[in-house]
Design a protein around this ligand. Structure first.
Ligand code: TH1
Length: 817
């Protein structure tokens, strides 16, 4: 048995420098004189991995040999961000790294910057998965993250001259990926297509084609836990690298076709966020990683036992379904148990239902996945049979649970009638032990609305686990200035493992000296971001203006339109002389957002924001007082720079639409004040930090529902608020399109006639709260007191707490002994 690495590595900087030099020489074949920062980055990463190796192996041994149930987090997305600083922090090697690299003649930051950020996720859902595996390892819970190693991550965003979004492929593997270890010997076969036949009274699936799933393993080191878990991302490869039959029979080019088809499966991340893209390839991806992961878990825990007792499987591992994307794993486990291991239906069902739990991340109907029966039947014929049987069993069960036939009909997993579909959320809810939403309000709405029939009949399945974020990446790494100040204020750095300790900062909000230090940290972070924005984007930002930030995927429900309309209205007020620019607090409004490539109105909103920025930023009447910037290609790296620099955080979705939000938590923890609706986790943030330290505005869920019911007419709001009218007229009149009145016609028409997310109805309230914000900002001491109170009361939003809730409410397991 090897030893678990001590929390702070005992290696010296000189030793670490030697290790880096050795990797350069013996792994990369580069001398220190020849080496570029990118070489040093690869060498350092390789050295860090070696430091973690003993702990990684020990963690796996303890997991397999011990009796602590492990967690398998099945997720189509893991938005990890850069790895080096995080691995150094959790490996206790940060100081050694700084010194060693300098001694080798390199700038540590240049080495860090040589890492290309993997973008294997779209937004909150993928980042949450990354925070959760960090917390699982930090708490010492044995766990696997299971997903796909997409060759192309989320697209790289650029803007063209007209301010339109351009999507460029994100080929993140162009350079060496020193973190991922490809394990060809632990591959899995994943089958597709074909037909089901009966042989000796048994169903036998005769697939038409197969794909080789090869695991790429990433170490997931815990912070100060001595534990290192695994993120296993599957790569799709072809079995017949060169199909000789085809080669002999037909022509040379045809020979590589099967290879292309197989490898397409892990080729690209779907760039849709909170929507469904019902494509065959997407279902192939889902089945690909679900199947490979389940087989892998059986291999891990039972080795190559001839006749393993899989009734113990639910004691070895439980799987969390991160939204519906891996739900095809449910019929797959049934199939594995019955067809590969010979269990009967009831035993297989018992094992399967004990194994899976499901997290729902949305309420938007367009994001709740359904798959046509015809598609599943074609791609996975055996699974369609099993799903049908699950549905039959469910319908029978419902007969005994309710007399309400209409209700039973509504609950069908496989819909009736023409063009039937499989509702993946229903399948997961019925088959899973637990179902949870991701914030209190969201879980409540799941029970009351989206999954109401289910919660009526199976109330015990439903629970809430409010999301969280890792304080290691989003405080310690992103905001060293604030982290040091917190440690100074608390007299300990234990808060990084027990974030509720931040509560003890609260009295310091009344200590003017501390408040000034806090304000200085914020100012320095603004300067840091301004420098970054200058270098990266060529922007000129003034750190003496309020940094007012809205970063999230571009989606109508999130209402970037509300923010930009308010900016335009303010601009119009100044232009018309109604407002003197000097009476306003100077502001820099910062947007970051990618739009799904096929999402027309979202892309048009991006274009509008860019062109509003162009006009306002070049108008001498507002120069220096109001500025709009839109750094393109917003990603984790930008988030880590921007969140600590932000003073005002915009969380302005229509109430009842944002399941949780997680950047709201990061902002509060980094001392920004939130302007927001009563939506998602905003509700909990406001409860914890206090209503007086949160800028609430807009309709709540009940008011929104009532307005839908009464019939919503956006044009009335346009007529009623002259500021709103002026803003929309400016857009319609061509102010932001060189006089072209058609440029934004679809957007304007949507606002005035449809406005599904009620941007116009909330506009006046939004303006009123912005006026309050403006006033408060004039009192910097007061503002910063409130910001400190936000930090002090946001410890609840550590992903460590989320994981503890999952352990207690859903997984019923804990740390390795
Ligand atoms: C997001 C939710 O929109 C967000 O509110 C939440 O904080 C986050 O998940 C984490 O829980 C979602 N992202 C997706 C992405 C897809 C489908 C549904 C959702 S919900 C592809």
């Amino acid at each position: 048995m090897t030893e678990v690495t001590a929390p702070k590595s005992s290696v010296t900087a000189a030793q670490f420098a030697d290790e880096i030099r050795n990797e350069l020489k013996y792994t990369q074949g580069v001398t220190i004189e020849q080496a570029k920062p990118a070489d040093v980055y690869v060498a350092t990463a390789t050295a860090v991995r070696k430091h973690l190796m003993d702990s990684w192996m020990k963690t796996q041994q303890d997991m397999v040999n011990g009796d602590t149930k492990a967690v398998g987090y099945l997720s189509a997305e893991f938005l990890m961000g850069r790895q080096l600083r995080n691995a150094l922090l959790n490996g206790g090697l940060t100081e050694q790294f700084e010194e060693a690299v300098k001694d080798l003649g390199f700038d540590p930051q240049e080495v860090i910057d040589a890492e290309y950020e993997p973008g294997l996720g779209n937004g909150g859902l993928g980042r949450l998965a990354a925070c959760f595996i960090d917390s699982l390892a930090s708490l010492g819970v044995p766990a696997f993250g299971y997903g796909i190693q997409y060759r192309y991550g989320i697209f790289r965003q650029e803007f063209d001259e007209d301010g339109k979004q351009i999507e460029r492929p994100d080929y993140w593997l162009t350079n060496e990926d020193p973190w991922g270890h490809i394990d060809y010997e632990r591959d899995q076969r994943v089958n597709f297509g074909g037909e089901v036949v009966e042989e000796d009274g048994k169903k036998v699936w005769k697939p038409a084609w197969s794909v080789r799933a090869i695991p790429v393993d990433y170490m997931v080191p815990g912070y100060e836990s001595g534990r290192v878990n695994t993120l296993r991302l599957w790569q799709a490869r072809s079995y017949d690298e060169f199909d000789l039959l085809t080669f002999n029979k037909s022509d040379y080019l045809d020979a590589v076709k099967p290879k292309v088809k197989a490898e397409n499966i892990s080729k690209i991340l779907y760039p849709e966020d909170s929507t469904q893209e019902g494509k065959e390839l997407r279902l192939e991806q889902q089945y690909f990683f679900a199947s490979a992961s389940l087989h892998d878990a059986i291999r891990v825990f039972y080795g190559n036992e001839e006749n393993p007792d899989l009734t113990t499987f639910p004691n070895k591992i439980c799987f969390q379904l991160n939204d519906t994307h891996p739900v095809i794993g449910i019929p797959e486990l049934m199939r594995i148990l019955m067809d590969e291991y010979g269990y009967d239906w009831d035993t297989a069902w018992d094992i399967t239902t004990k194994t899976f739990n499901y997290t729902c991340h949305t309420l938007l109907p367009e994001a709740l996945e359904v798959w046509p029966v015809s598609l599943i039947a074609k791609l996975l014929p055996r699974h369609m049979e099993i799903i049908n049987k699950i549905n039959d069993q469910f319908m029978k069960e419902l007969e005994s649970l309710t007399d309400d036939e209409a209700k039973a009909e509504r609950m069908r997993i496989v819909t009736a009638g023409e063009n039937p579909v499989v509702r993946m959320a229903y399948l997961a809810t019925y088959a899973g032990s637990h179902v949870n939403g991701v914030a209190e309000l969201h879980s409540q709405l799941l029970k009351d609305v989206t999954l109401r029939d289910f919660s009526d009949l199976y109330p015990a399945k439903f629970t809430n686990v409010t999301n969280g974020v890792t304080p290691r990446r989003f405080m310690k790494l992103a905001n060293p200035g604030l982290s040091d100040l917190i440690t100074e204020g608390l007299g300990t750095d234990k808060w990084l493992e027990d974030l509720e300790l931040l509560k003890n900062l609260e009295p310091l909000a009344q200590d003017d000296e501390f408040v000034k230090k806090f304000a200085k940290v914020k100012y320095d972070n603004k300067v840091r971001f301004a420098d970054f924005a200058k270098k990266e984007y060529g922007f000129e930002l003034d750190a003496n203006t309020m940094f007012d930030t809205m970063i999230k995927r571009l989606h109508e429900y999130k209402r970037q339109a509300l923010k930009i309309l308010e900016v335009i209205a303010t601009y119009a007020d100044i232009k018309s002389g109604k407002v003197k620019v000097d009476d306003l607090q100077p502001r820099t409004v910062i947007f970051g957002a990618k739009a799904a490539p096929g999402y027309y109105l979202a892309k048009m909103t991006i274009q509008l924001i860019n062109n509003v920025a162009k006009v306002i930023n070049n108008d001498p009447d507002v120069m220096g007082k109001l500025k709009v910037v839109f750094p393109w290609n917003y990603n984790i790296r930008v988030a880590q720079m921007l969140i600590p620099a932000t003073e005002l955080d915009e969380q302005i979705s229509q109430a009842g639409k944002e399941a949780s939000g997680t950047s709201n938590m990061k902002f509060a923890l980094n001392g920004a004040l939130t302007v927001g609706t009563l939506d998602g986790a905003n509700v909990e943030i406001r409860n914890l930090v206090g209503a007086e330290n949160f800028f609430l505005f807009g309709m709540d869920v009940d008011q929104v529902e009532k307005m839908y019911a009464d019939g919503y007419e956006p044009a009335k709001y346009y007529e009623a608020d002259p500021r709103l009218k002026a803003a929309i007229d400016m857009v319609a009149g061509g102010t932001f399109s060189n006089g072209d009145r058609n440029a934004y016609a679809p957007l304007v028409s949507d606002w005035l006639t449809k406005d599904w997310f009620m941007t116009l109805a909330d506009f006046t309230a939004y303006h009123d709260i912005q006026a309050e914000i403006d006033t408060l900002y004039g009192d910097q001491l007061e503002w910063n007191r409130k910001a400190i109170i936000n930090v002090a009361n946001s410890g609840y939003f550590s992903s460590d707490r989320s994981i503890e809730d999952y352990l207690e409410r859903v997984w019923m397991t804990g740390p390795l002994k």
